[in-house]
Design a protein around this ligand. Structure first.
Ligand code: EPU
Length: 427
């Protein structure tokens, strides 16, 4: 198992390119199951979850081709004889595997998809996906760890109003994809407004679907009989961008992010500015972050509550916590999306951070002097939080289980090295 060895205390400075969004690429790849034509995606990050999704699609007889000249260009072709099954072995390592449920059902009238199971950050059920697809006319049973969904006595799903009792990102995406090929109209109420949902709507529309209102909480889909191929560029990864903004802030550095989408990181940028960090949109996808410190100022603590988009993302909570360990004052961090997403706090405490966790709140008091230690990553974003803490810790930190990080960050260590971090992967 790979580890990261990080020598803290280096100020980061320079230019970093933001990769494509994993959480936009995953549903886009699933959407390729909706058509017999080829779907060409650009700006797909080369991370482990994408490889897993590619394997899943290949298992379903889709052809997945990575361009030999541009490794972030991927062609997906589910021409014929789609095998509507997502096995446990592939879905267990990546919950987003459930994203094939809606497309398979719409394309094949049948789907057998393994239940994803729990994960480190919470129980993460898929009951809302199931309920919503039932509203579209699917018969669904859950047996032997598999979701089995079918259409009886009809060829297509039928559009219907779907109201989510709780906002769910992949749930909204699953219904959007299923409804694109349904008979009639579907209205999704209380839909997720995340940019990844809008990106999927744009792809579906390019494939011949009629999806309106994505980015708001009411999405209207007019079902069509057939979709065709399309070419689509995946949006920049707002969580990677956010992680890099925090890397600049925590190391007292100055970074220029390129190929970013500043409008997608507004909540974080506002919060960092509240803490004394300068974040400037320089146009053309460039975003500059400048830590306080030039004239003796320091980071100041601010409270933060995670929310659905456009609020502060739960996927940035661990990284923001790392920054708060270095800020003067007390920061109350409230996690409202997942019930168990503070596992990184204990590891940061082992590095010298002052953090008290009580239920869904963590109180961070800073600035604390962090020192290098052996720590363990527990999930993807927790790993990123630990990397940030290690960047300012005195001495050497060894982060174990970086396979969590590899699920969603493309070449993170190379990107950090290039701007002055001392970080290496130990095989
Ligand atoms: N929920 C239910 N029932 C459901 C679905 C969700 O109770 O059927 C609950 C969840 O347990 C959670 C809340 O609703 O408490 C929101 O979960 P959501 O469904 O929105 O999460 P998701 O779609 O499974 C996506 C991202 C996550 C990100 C969350 C929240 C993808 C592939 N994953 O997950 O990303 O944290 O939205 O923004 O888009 C990550 O990249 O590290 C990651 C975990």
């Amino acid at each position: 198992m790979d580890k990261f060895r990080i020598e803290g205390g280096k100020r980061l400075e320079g230019e970093v390119r933001v990769s494509g969004a994993k959480n936009a690429a995953l549903p886009a790849m699933s959407a390729s199951l909706l058509t017999a034509d080829e779907v060409k995606l650009a700006n797909v990050p080369h991370v482990r979850d994408i490889v897993t999704m590619a394997k899943l699609l290949a298992h379903m007889n889709a052809q997945v081709q990575v361009s030999p000249f541009a490794p972030n260009d991927v062609g997906l072709h589910a021409a014929d004889e789609v095998r509507p099954e997502a096995p446990y072995d592939l879905v267990k390592t990546m919950r987003a595997g459930v994203l094939v449920l809606g497309p398979l059902l719409a394309r094949c009238g049948y789907a057998r998809v393994s239940l994803p199971g729990g994960c480190a950050i919470g129980a993460r059920p898929v009951d809302l996906h199931i309920k919503a697809l039932r509203r579209l006319g699917a018969e669904i049973s859950v047996e032997h760890g598999y979701i089995e969904a079918r259409l009886r006595r009809r060829r297509r799903l039928r559009g219907a109003p779907v109201k989510f009792e709780k906002i769910t990102v992949t749930g909204t995406e699953n219904v959007m994809m299923a409804a694109a090929l349904a008979e009639g109209d579907t209205e999704i109420f209380n839909a997720a407004r995340e940019p990844e949902v809008t990106d999927l709507a744009n792809l579906l529309n390019a494939m011949g679907a009629t999806v309106m209102g994505a980015g708001t909480s009411a999405i209207h889909i007019h079902g069509v009989e057939k979709l065709h191929g399309a070419t689509h560029r995946i949006i920049p990864d707002r969580i990677e961008a956010g992680t890099l903004l925090c890397a600049g802030a925590i190391t007292g550095g100055e970074l220029l992010l390129t190929h970013a989408e500043p409008n997608h990181v507004t909540a974080l940028a506002d919060k960092l500015q509240e803490c004394g960090v300068e974040v400037r949109d320089e146009g053309a996808g460039r975003l500059r972050v400048k830590a306080p410190g030039a004239s003796g100022q320091q980071l100041v603590a601010a409270d933060m509550t995670t929310e659905e988009f456009p609020g502060f993302p739960t996927d940035m909570q661990a990284q923001f916590m790392a920054v708060m360990t270095q800020a003067a004052g007390t920061s109350v961090i409230s996690e409202t999306i997942f019930e168990n997403r503070f596992l990184h706090a204990q590891e940061m405490v082992r590095m010298g951070a002052e953090i008290e966790v009580s239920g869904r709140k963590a109180v961070v008091t800073g600035p604390a002097k962090l020192t290098g230690a052996n720590v363990q990553a527990s999930d993807l974003r927790a790993s990123a939080g630990l990397v940030l803490a290690a960047l300012v810790a005195q001495g050497e930190t060894v982060i174990d289980r970086v396979y969590h990080l590899d699920r969603g960050y493309e070449h993170l260590e190379e990107k950090l090295q290039a701007v002055g971090a001392k970080i290496e992967r130990v095989k």
